[in-house]
Design a protein around this ligand. Structure first.
Ligand SMILES: [Zn+2]
Length: 141
């Protein structure tokens, strides 16, 4: 048996990697839904197209990948030295945009919470953080 991948297998691998990247947001959504929270997703009319919007609470939750959004002080935000010139400007633009969106949303009267990818691994802590921010669940959105 050779361990060289066919193009089809390679594609499948890439899909797996990409869907793995989706996981943190799905984890947050599933947890909140299970707790009885209702929310709207990726609201295009709001700055930054927030991941989860709780309109009647005037609250917003972003789920940020530690690398893409440069989680400060987090080991997962580490930029590979070899490609630093490429990534650094790109990623600092992302982080600057995040900050602008948060300010704009606050001006609209929203409270904003950023949940980092690395914080979604511990479900108990994640749940406490979300409940603390959102208040008790209800059937309202
Ligand atoms: Zn992190």
């Amino acid at each position: 048996m050779s361990d060289v991948l066919t193009p089809a297998q390679r594609r499948l691998n890439m899909q797996r990697i990409r869907s793995k990247g989706m996981k943190p947001e799905m984890r947050v959504r599933r947890l909140l839904h299970g707790l009885g929270y209702r929310y709207r997703l990726h609201v295009k009319t709001l700055p930054g197209k927030p991941d989860l919007v709780f309109p009647s609470r005037r609250k917003i939750v972003f789920v940020h990948g530690c690398f893409w959004h440069q989680h400060e002080g987090c080991k997962d935000s580490h930029i590979p030295l070899s490609r630093c010139d490429y990534w650094e400007p790109k990623l600092s633009r992302n982080a600057a945009r995040d900050a602008e969106h948060t300010i704009a949303l606050r001006e609209l009267g929203y409270q904003v919470l950023a949940v980092w990818e690395c914080q979604t691994r511990d479900v108990t802590a994640l749940r406490a953080q979300l409940e603390d921010f959102l208040g008790p669940p209800s059937r309202k959105t």
